[in-house]
Design a protein around this ligand. Structure first.
Ligand code: C2O
Ligand code: CU
Ligand code: CU
Length: 531
């Protein structure tokens, strides 16, 4: 595997090794101030002055029953029409005892909801629905709403090219086609402010339901996972340089806005799980190794259920549908985001330690004895999925990165709060709103190869469509994908190439990017023009 590339000058190399040790300490929770002193940097995003310590890892209460998600009410009485308003606005939540309330940015239909989850309300719609959602921007920055994974028209998809300015509003309109049932989400996508707007709370779930859903009778539970980096004074931390470099992971992983909620299961359940974190990977597993079934991916149900799954990786942006069974007799288990090594960069050659295991939820299993609601058989077939067969010339998307230590250490090396000297690129260039990276024809089934030439994992995401993974290739070994599934996000490991089959059904400009939102903001994004 290729070594990490650092374009370091002599000065850079010297400070870099110091910085590597300091950043390890910072990752271990020792705070950032020692790193700033040692590195002598100034003007870096959030690095030029001492920062408060992080809140203790147990500063948020754990173990409360899992809250359900809020649901966005439909203001329309017309059949087949979903009409609603979302106001992006600040909202204060009392989180830390003895500290001022924490100000999030949040989606609400009306005035800010200061209780309950920060997560935006669930948009629960059906295939065939016409959707009209008015966004009112009460933030001090431009924003957009992007309908992650949904096949909406390109000019309704909240692209960075279509910002809604502070104080302005906009109605997004689209119709959900047949076959689009699945688990999606919405979040902002403004140029260079996506990471911040999401980590401050702007993200919410979408469920599109099919007229005939073979699992409609199963009780459903929703787990929207987010990540929070909080200072001890209750403020949400700005991104540090290491957050920009590796993608931000907070000290808290939250499910429906709460730390380690308790889930009581008395019947077999269908779970929808969203990874709404900026950068944290969720290697889902129960701590006792118990198996679950996977029945869906980003774009809806699988063709056939996958039984006996004991761990499932959800990269940032990805979703899954699971079947969690109540089991035989009472038991308890923790749902984990198990340790995952995505090869986060240190400031010199090499990597930081893997992200340690985090508990997502405390699950109590107490199966009812009526026998009907437990140990239910899944249908052998969930729905037909026709394999996409690419006919066109192949396209390649190459992820690369370059770290310029010298530039990183220049005084004032920040631009709009983003550090200089870090380049995250697609096909050799950082995102430029004026450049079309790739061009496709409408309705052409294409093979794309996503090649990760960096030393860390990057989740690839393509707008406007769902794709199928064909194969993964690493170190000359090609493994055909066994699971036929619709996805819009796929993790690509260092040195790996993932081959996908994809199709765009409407013309217009579509984004594709790394879904580590810091990398996206730093330029690991391109534009696909569909003609
Ligand atoms: Cu979820 Cu372009 O993003
Ligand atoms: Cu998207
Ligand atoms: Cu990335």
């Amino acid at each position: 595997m290729k070594r990490r590339t650092f374009l370091s000058g002599a000065l850079g190399a010297a400070t870099a090794s110091l910085f590597a040790r300091a950043s390890r300490a910072a990752e271990a929770g020792d705070g950032m101030s020692s790193m700033q002193e040692m590195s002598g940097m100034s003007g870096m995003a959030g690095m030029g002055h001492p920062q408060p310590a992080l809140a203790a890892a147990d500063a948020l209460a754990a173990g409360a029953p899992l809250s359900g998600l809020r649901t966005l009410a439909n203001e329309s009485r017309e059949a087949g029409v979903f009409r609603a308003t979302l106001i992006a606005q600040p909202a204060a939540h009392a989180l830390l005892a003895g500290q001022p309330a924490t100000t999030f940015w949040q989606y609400d239909a009306n005035a800010a909801n200061n209780d309950g989850p920060v997560i935006g309300p669930l948009i629960d719609v059906r295939e065939g629905d016409r959707v009209e959602i008015r966004l009112i921007n009460r933030l001090a920055q431009p924003t957009t709403i992007h309908w992650h994974g949904l096949p909406v028209p390109a000019d309704q998809d909240g692209n960075p090219a279509n910002p809604i300015l502070p104080g302005a509003e906009h109605i997004y309109r689209f119709t959900l086609p047949k076959g689009s049932a699945g688990t999606y989400w919405y979040h902002p996508h403004p140029h260079m402010h996506t990471a911040e707007q999401v980590f401050r709370g702007l993200a919410g779930p979408i469920i599109v339901r099919a007229a005939a859903d073979p699992l409609a009778a199963w009780p459903e539970r929703h787990l929207f996972v987010t990540d929070l980096k909080l200072f001890a004074d209750g403020t949400i931390a700005a991104n540090s340089m290491m957050d920009w470099m590796n993608g931000r992971e907070g000290q808290f992983v939250l499910v429906n806005g709460a730390r380690e909620p308790r889930i009581d299961i008395v019947r077999d359940e269908r779970w929808r799980v969203w990874n709404g974190c900026n950068a944290r990977y969720l290697l889902l597993a129960f701590d006792d190794g118990r198996a679950f079934a996977q029945v869906g991916t980003d774009g809806g149900l699988l063709g056939t259920p996958r039984e006996g799954v004991t761990s499932l990786l959800l990269a940032p942006g990805e979703r899954a549908e699971l079947i969690v069974r109540a089991g035989q007799g009472a038991s308890a288990a923790r749902l984990l985001a198990a340790q995952y090594d995505r090869r986060k960069m240190a400031m010199t050659h090499g990597s930081l330690p893997p992200t340690p295991t985090a508990t997502l939820a405390q699950v109590q299993f107490a199966p009812r004895s009526d026998g009907e609601s437990v140990n239910k058989a899944l249908p052998a077939q969930l729905r037909p999925i026709a394999p996409l067969t690419p006919s066109n010339a192949a396209k390649t998307v190459v992820f690369s990165e370059a770290m310029d230590m010298h530039a990183m250490h220049q005084p004032g090396a920040s631009k709009r709060g983003m550090p200089q000297g870090m380049q995250f690129m697609i096909n050799g260039a950082s995102y430029d709103p004026a450049r079309i990276t790739l061009t496709s024809r409408r309705n052409a089934v294409e093979q794309w190869t996503i090649a990760n030439q960096t030393d860390m994992d990057h989740p690839f995401h393509l707008h406007g469509t769902q794709f199928q993974i064909l194969a993964r290739e690493s170190e000359g070994r090609r493994v055909d994908e066994a699971l036929l599934a619709w996805r819009d996000t796929v993790n690509v490991k260092p040195g790996e190439s993932v081959h996908i089959a994809t199709i765009q059904r409407e013309t217009g400009d579509r984004m594709f990017h790394c879904h580590i939102l810091e990398h996206e903001d730093l330029g690991m994004m391109g534009t696909l023009r569909v003609t």
